[in-house]
Design a protein around this ligand. Structure first.
Ligand code: HEC
Length: 134
């Protein structure tokens, strides 16, 4: 299985670059992940992308975020980190994406029932990561 990830990732990237892949589909979480995140966090989200070994701190294993948060996926924290607020180690290793992702906003309702305006791309990324929790 491990060997198929790079192939899947390459196919996904190719699909993202097809003409007409703009708009909503370009915002799809899987495509955004392949384009912006996989090089560090790995196509399987376990923190083992090709750049990981070059970094002084290992990129977080994104499949364990719920496990590390009492079984609840921390959507808000994930959006915050992608946006560009400092990560745990505060070394600036996790890039800021506030300027690189499409700015369109959407409304997200947090578990406590309050509504927030969040960038649609960041919510799509968080939902993609949520699907990979183990
Ligand atoms: C240049 C490498 C790199 C890229 C690209 C990258 N990250 Fe990270 N990411 C890191 C590193 C390293 C950490 C750990 C930093 C820390 O804890 O201070 C991290 C931490 C995180 C965390 C924090 C997890 C926690 O501890 O709560 C999340 C969420 C995350 N990344 C998501 C993403 C997403 C989504 C993308 C793509 C939009 C992305 N990252 C792109 C290197 C990267």
């Amino acid at each position: 299985m491990a060997r198929i990830y790079p192939i899947l990732s390459a196919l996904l990237l190719a699909a993202c670059q097809l003409p007409g892949a703009g708009g909503d589909s370009a915002r799809s979480g899987a495509m955004l992940y392949a384009r912006h995140c996989a090089q560090c966090h790995g196509t399987g989200l376990r923190g083992d992308g090709p750049l990981a070994s070059e970094l002084p701190v290992r990129p977080t294993d994104l499949t364990r975020l719920s496990a590390g948060n009492g079984g609840v996926f921390p959507t808000e924290d994930v959006i915050t980190v992608i946006h560009g607020y400092p990560g745990r180690h505060q070394l600036g290793l996790m890039p800021e994406f506030v300027r690189d992702l499409p700015p369109e906003q959407t409304v997200w309702t947090s578990p406590d029932g309050t509504s927030h305006e969040v960038p649609a791309a960041m919510l799509a990324l968080a939902r993609h990561i949520a699907l990979w929790q183990r």
